[in-house]
Design a protein. Structure first.
Length: 482
């Protein structure tokens, strides 16, 4: 197989053009800054406000743009009803990518209604994402007074556990208890957070749906001490109104992305006047279609059944890079250069696997195995151990197989560069698998996207260099030369 200089130049140009197109897609969709509502002053009279569940751009059927469209329709209906403000109960986006923030911000910017934004478990997964949220939207916990109502907006991801940040956890609890104790007695207080304290009953065990029992009891004790009767939340993707035995009401809205109980898309409208609190459901759209889930694994919803521009762009990029690596392996075989043949074949297989993952969500499958296993065992936190063990075994087997072939081959710079670049999508896959447990991605989604694009360029360039070195070494070329 003969690779001419013009073919190599064209391949490099095409690879560079594809990389630049993908980078342009990433960088031209930067989110705009949307300011969170400042603290207001209490005034007499009545108040009308609404509660919206999770917009979660990127989680619903139809992908990012469909989620944005549904969210805009809900906001338009809210604007038409002219409430004083709208509470958006967290999970603003799914993956914190450039375009998901962009879609959310543009939708919110088009609304005339003042919004109180809440941080959700997909918005805040680490100290870094917490800092990013604050930089874009202001405080993740704050007090806002409007008419006879005071809203204390909490960050449930920080307050429910010190795992994300022990210092932030302690500081927010101090702020909450001090602020709640200082509320004027004539004000009606609504607590707002993404996760509800419980999903079914006050004494239920810890799960991904609720607050752990110690934090839950501390929260409810503060509510009872200061006679707070209302808690507003999202997260469950279901519409519920829950009550404690002593009259605390927890209102949960499903949002506009997904609904696990076939709830219609809409919002809760509240009217507060004197001692009365009235609330009603306002329907905007029919219930969103449920996503396809693999039988027995309700959390494994392959992306191939739900179109996403980002996922298809990366799928095509992985396939293109994998095809170049495979072509390199075949060129080495034809030239009888067997030393690095196995390494390039393994690189091609890995790239094709990562490309398939963009559509089939193998990372989500491993995560779901951990969740199902933890449910069977009855210990929620053991899901980390199950997922981590499965991931570690798979990565160790792949690394051992690849290392044997690499160590048995001569040190070739192109092959070494390709292997080093392959660590970027490998790290992304591993972190994506465990980030479903809110352990975080270390870097932002957009940073990983840019690094992955650079890895494509490096692997593709290394493949072309390796191919070029095989010119004139094939039996056919030797015969022609002779």
């Amino acid at each position: 197989m003969k690779i001419t200089r013009s073919q190599t130049t064209k391949a490099r140009s095409g690879l560079l053009a594809a990389a630049l197109a993908l980078l342009a897609t990433l960088l031209l969709t930067r989110p705009v800054r949307a300011e969170s509502a400042p603290e207001g002053a209490a005034t007499p009279g009545a108040l009308d406000f609404v509660l919206l569940g999770d917009p979660q751009i990127g989680y619903g059927i139809g992908g990012d743009w469909a989620d944005g469209s549904r969210f805009r329709q809900v906001l338009a209906a809210v604007d038409a009803s002219r409430p004083a403000l709208a509470v958006v109960a967290g999970d603003l986006v799914q993956h914190r990518s450039f375009w998901q923030w962009w879609i959310f911000d543009r939708a919110l910017k088009g609304s005339r209604t003042k919004s109180l934004l809440v941080a959700g478990n997909h918005d805040v997964v680490s100290e870094g994402s917490l800092a990013n949220f604050r930089a874009s939207y202001g405080a993740d916990h704050y007090r806002y007074a409007a008419g006879p109502v005071t809203f204390l907006v909490l960050d449930s991801e920080v307050m429910r556990s010190p795992e994300l940040s022990a210092s932030e956890h302690d500081e927010q609890w101090r702020w909450f208890e001090k602020t709640l104790a200082g509320e004027p007695p004539q004000q009606r207080v609504f607590l707002v957070a993404h996760r509800p304290p419980f999903a079914n009953g006050e004494d239920e065990p810890e799960s991904a749906q609720n607050w752990p029992p110690p934090a839950r009891q501390r929260l409810l004790a503060a509510m009872r001490k200061h006679r707070v009767g209302w808690f507003l939340a999202g997260h469950l993707h279901a519409r519920r109104t829950l009550h404690t035995n002593d009259g605390i009401t927890i209102v949960v809205e499903p949002g506009s992305a997904r609904s696990f109980d076939a709830s219609v898309i809409g919002y809760r409208a509240f009217h507060v006047a004197g001692d009365r609190v009235e609330e009603k459901l306002v329907k905007v759209l029919d219930a969103p279609s449920p996503p396809f889930a693999v039988p027995g694994f309700p959390g494994w919803t392959p992306r191939i059944f739900d179109f996403s521009i980002r996922h298809w762009l990366f799928t095509l990029a992985y396939v293109a890079a994998g095809a170049l690596a495979l072509r390199t392996a075949r060129g080495l075989r034809a030239a009888k250069v067997t030393a690095t043949l196995g390494v390039w074949g393994a690189i091609a297989a890995a790239l094709f696997f990562f490309g398939a993952n963009m559509q089939l969500d193998f990372d989500e499958a491993i995560t779901e195995i951990g969740r199902v296993g933890a449910k069977v065992i009855g210990i929620y936190k053991v899901r980390h151990l199950i997922t981590g063990t499965a991931l570690a075994l798979g990565c160790a087997a792949g690394a051992w197989w690849l290392a044997r072939r690499f160590l048995a081959s001569p040190r070739d710079r192109a092959t070494t560069l390709a292997l080093a670049s392959l660590t970027i999508p490998t790290a992304w896959f591993c972190l994506s698998t465990i980030s479903h447990h809110s352990l975080g991605m270390v870097l932002s989604e957009e940073t990983w996207d840019v690094l992955t694009v650079l890895a494509f360029v490096a692997i593709g360039g290394a493949a072309l260099v390796a191919l070029r070195r095989t010119r004139g070494k094939t039996p056919a070329a030797a015969k022609r030369a002779g």
